[in-house]
Every structure is written in C-alpha cells, then in structure tokens.
Design a protein around this ligand. Structure first.
Ligand code: ARG
Length: 572
C-alpha cells in the first residue's frame, strides 16, 4: 500500500508544485469515496483559483500518470482508489513477508528517547497511579523501540527524603516483629504506619527519624545507611516480581538518592544562570503562566533542606548531559502538573535549548468500583499483586466453566495471560488523559471492548490457520486477490497499521493502538461471521486469498497486542 501512496504523492507533487514530503493524504469521510483523499483548499488559496477547478484539473493529470489507481474529483477533493486486486496483494504480501516486523521501521534511528515511568516511592505498595504509569510508560517504550529509536527507560524511584529516616528508625526499633524478608512491602508499610501512630504519642520518635535522615544525608556509612540499603533492596526485589508479571523492564533503576551528591552543583547551575531569588531564606525561581505569576519553583527550603523538585532538576541535567535526548518523557499522573510546569519553566527561564524536549505525559486517575476490597484502611492504596491475582483467578474460573474453552491444553498459563492482559488493556483503552473505571465484569468480558476479546479474536484466526494446514488448499495455490473485494475495507485497515504505530508514538497515545485493534477486530468478526465468507471448503484460489487475509489480521492483532504488552495465546 505504501508504494501506491508514494506514487500518488509524487504525481501530485509534480502537477501541483508541492513538496511530496509535505503532502498529507487523508482518509475520506466515507469509505465509498475512496481510499485516500487530498483537499485542494490550500492550493486554491495560493493560486487564487476555485478548489473545485483545481481538483478537476489535477484529477485528469494524475489519472493519466497512475495506472492502478482511480482518481476522481469530488467537489474540492481529489479521491484516490487503488485497484482492489493490487491493494489486496500489496498489503497481504507485505504483512506475510514482514510478519513480526510489520509496523516496525527505522525512522527513529539515531534519536534517543528517555522515558521516566513507573517511578514509585519504594517501601510502599504500588499504587494504582503507578500501575497506570508503569503500563503506559512501557507501551511508549515499546512503540519507540519499534520505530528504531534508542530508548532509555528509567525508573526514578522515590528512595530519599525524611520518611526514609523514619523508616530506618522503625526497622531498627521493631524490625524483628514483622516478616521483612518474606513479605517485605507489607512489613515495611506496617512499620511505617506504626511509626506514624507512635510518633503522635512520643515526641522523641519524630526527632529520632529526623536525626536518622540527617545521618543518611551526611553520607556516613553507618547503621542507618545499612538499614536504608536493606529497605531499598527488599523493596526492589518485590517490585521486580510485579514488573515481571506485567512484562515490564527498565534500562536504569535510578532513584532520587542517586542525585544526592549532585544537588549542590545543580543548585549552582541554576543560580549561575541568574534566575534564582532568595525569599524568606528559601531559594526560589519565579515563574509565570501566560503573563500571570504561578507558585515559584522551590530549590532549597529555608531550613537548608532540598526537595523532590531539587532532585528532579539534578536528574534533568544529568539525563541531558548523558543522553542528549530528542525527547525526555515523564509519565506521571496529572496531579503533578504543577511540579512539571515548574520544572520545565525553570529550564526555559534558563534558556536551555533542550528545555522544550522535556514533556510531562500525564494521565487520568483510575477509579475502582464494583465492591473491590483491596484497598488499605485509608482507601488509597491497593496491592497491585492482589489485583493481578484476582484477575487471573477470575479468568481461570471462566476457562474452567465455559464449554468454549474446554480444549485448552494449559488453562493456568492461558488464565494468567488473559487475566493480566485484561488489566493492562483496560488501562490503555481510552485516551490516557481520561479517568479509567475498573469494573471486574467489564475488564474480563470476552465480548466487550476488552483485552480478552482481542486475544480471543487472535486465537480464532490462529485456529483457522491451523485447520488450513490440514484441510486448506495446496500450499502453492496462487491466491485469487481480485476476489477479496468484499474485504477491502479490512485490508485497507491492515495496511494502515504502520501509520497508526507512528502516530501513537508521536502523540504518546497508546489508545490509538487499542482503539485501532478494537475496530479491526469488530470488522473482522463481522466479515468472518458472514455465511458467504467461508475461508475453508471453498474454491482453492479463493480459499488461499482468504487465508492470506486471516493471516494478515492475525499478524496485525498480535503485533498490536505485543506493543501494548498484552500476551497473544494461540489457543484459547
Ligand atoms: N516518585 C514519584 C511519586 O510517586 C513519581 C516520580 C516521577 N518521576 C519524576 N522524575 N519526578 O509521586
């Protein structure tokens, strides 16, 4: 399909004087109008001619150039329609040839993307907000990997701050009352909560916590640091199990503590650019949004301590110095908008040429409903592992009770793929800035707009291909491409997949992939559900052509799901 688009662009460029690289072919409003459209309004303005006349003139000229493409002027639009047989052969042969690589390219080669994602505060259970960051960030990384970018996935864990002084004290005081080695995160949470309770009654505890943090900050390699190190290791060990279940990995686990010895030079770098001010003993940078002052960025508090923000400045400089990134994405919930506005605002005030390359990729909140009883007392936290366990359990129940799934050879494995895939897909279904509802019945349904529905459609295509090996036409049958006319809408959709990958990466919008897959699967199931669209048991050349379509759909669904991090079982 790409070769037809290229030919259209070139001919259009030749007859209009436009640069062929800048010509954007649109999708016509109605499929009957054609496969691609080009509006003539811009040209009309430049040439001071009516767009309808330009469309007519260009249609005649381009039509004479292109043999396999029909060109029609419809009002101010040029509409192009590829010969059906050529379209089918071109798209489906390309997919079969490229297979897992279909949708991938090298256009990002030589460019670096730093992606800061997940980044939880350790020693606490992962929060639903971190679930979203983890899942969305991992997709953005895979999308850019597919386009040939060099990606650096960074987990900027929260492993520093006065709470770690408290936690270290709590471990020293009561560490042997909990199961630190076996059930680390729960044990640490319990210790932290206990510290908070007892601190209210016993003033000396708060001071002990602060003192421990001072010792930590001093760099002294004593007992506090040893405890802090142990806490970090235990937390990371647990976290990495959860990441493995989600199929997520990082290139760097580089937490806030990494920047501890770089904070002074960071503050100096900002001060030297002349943008800082002292205010009540604190060091700040004043900022504006559209001419109105907003809360200033705080680099150092009046008591001399640094902050989360100070460490983020250090990280931004360090990342720039190390990677010279083309884009640095911070995949963090929308409630940190002000923090990032301040961070980037200071970089802009410093007139750093790369300031515009840093972006906050925010997302909406996830709300849990449907009687989910996984939150802790304050209702805020959820043990992500339990959520995943429950999803897998529910999927297993469905598999074991429904006849449809009676022949699955490995129900446990498939239930894991379905359950976890369902949770992941639910998070990626809508535009990332929208809030997400988590309803068990919706998430795990095999019929709605869900991960299981896509996985099931994929497995169905795999099943047809397996049957074809035994009952299908001989392998060397030439496909009757011209007879796929009734599926040309589907074939065009398949051919568009590489554009969708590109666009989703550019906009950092995983839902472009998920929505594309949902609509592809809907169209596919309705095409296949038609009594006249039998794939096997028809004339061999027709069967061979339809099998190419089935294969194309299978490959595209699998490639799309893989980008989203959703498993693709072949049998279910
Ligand atoms: N640890 C922070 C939190 O849980 C998120 C960190 C995001 N990344 C960053 N570079 N600030 O809220």
């Amino acid at each position: 399909m790409q070769e037809f688009k290229r030919a259209i662009r070139e001919s259009l460029a030749q007859h209009s004087g436009l640069d062929s690289n800048t010509i954007k072919l649109e999708r016509p409003k109605k499929a009957e109008q054609g496969d691609f459209a080009f509006p003539c309004f811009q040209l009309a303005k430049e040439r001071k001619q009516p767009p309808v006349a330009i469309a007519q003139e260009l249609a005649a000229k381009i039509g004479a150039d292109l043999q396999r493409v029909e060109v029609v002027a419809t009002g101010p639009f040029l509409n192009f329609r590829i010969n059906r047989s050529d379209l089918s052969a071109s798209v489906l042969k390309q997919i079969a040839g490229e297979n897992e690589g279909f949708g991938h390219s090298r256009e990002g080669a030589g460019k670096t993307m730093v992606i800061d994602f997940s980044s939880p505060n350790i020693a606490k259970p992962l929060h639903v907000g971190h679930l979203r960051s983890t899942i969305i960030g991992a997709v953005l990384k895979r999308l850019h990997d597919a386009l040939g970018y060099t990606t650096v996935g960074v987990n900027h864990i929260g492993d520093w701050g006065v709470q770690f002084g408290k936690l270290a004290s709590a471990v020293e005081l009561w560490g042997d009352t909990v199961d630190l080695e076996g059930d680390s995160i729960r044990a640490l949470l319990a210790l932290y909560q206990r510290f908070h309770e007892e601190e209210k009654r016993d003033e000396s505890l708060a001071e002990r916590g602060r003192e421990a943090f001072r010792e930590l900050e001093s760099g002294k390699d004593g007992s506090v640091r040893a405890t802090w190190r142990r806490v970090t290791e235990l937390s990371l060990r647990e976290l990495s199990k959860t990441y493995a279940r989600l199929g997520v990995s990082f290139d760097l686990i580089r937490g806030e503590s990494f920047y501890e010895d770089k904070l002074e030079e960071t503050i100096e770098r900002i001060r030297a650019s002349g943008v800082t001010e002292e205010s009540d003993g604190a060091l700040i940078v004043r900022l504006e949004r559209k001419g109105k002052e907003i809360a200033p960025a705080l680099l150092r508090k009046s008591d001399g301590t640094t902050l989360y923000a100070t460490r983020d400045f250090a990280a931004a400089f360090h990342r720039w110095d190390e990677f010279h990134f083309d884009r640095c994405l911070y995949v963090v919930a929308g409630n940190q908008k002000l923090h990032f506005e301040q961070l980037f605002g200071v970089l802009k005030r410093m007139e750093l040429p790369w300031a515009e390359r840093a972006e906050h990729i925010y997302f909406g909140m996830m709300t849990l409903s449907g009687g989910l009883k996984l939150s802790t007392r304050d209702g805020q936290m959820i043990f992500l592992d339990e959520l995943l366990d429950r999803a897998v359990e529910e999927a297993l129940k469905v598999i074991q009770t429904s006849k449809k799934f009676a022949d699955i050879p490995n129900p446990e494995e498939v239930a894991t793929q379905i359950g976890i895939g369902a949770v992941i897909f639910n998070d990626l279904k809508k535009e990332r800035i929208k809030d997400v509802q988590f309803e068990w019945d919706d998430v795990l349904s095999f019929e709605g707009e869900t991960g299981p529905y896509l996985q099931y459609t994929h497995a169905r295509m795999c099943g047809i291909l397996r049957r074809a090996e035994k009952e299908g036409p001989p392998a060397d049958t030439a496909p009757a491409w011209a007879q796929l006319e009734d599926a040309s809408h589907l074939i065009l959709t398949l051919g568009r997949f590489p554009d969708v990958v590109r666009s989703a990466a550019k906009a950092c919008e995983p839902s472009e992939i998920s929505q594309y897959l949902l609509s592809l699967c809907r169209d596919l199931n309705s095409w296949y559900g038609h009594a006249e669209h039998k794939v096997l048991g028809v004339d061999a050349p027709l069967s061979a052509a339809r099998l190419q379509l089935v294969n194309g759909a299978k490959v595209v669904i699998a490639n799309g799901l893989r980008l989203l991090g959703v498993a693709t079982p072949e049998k279910m």
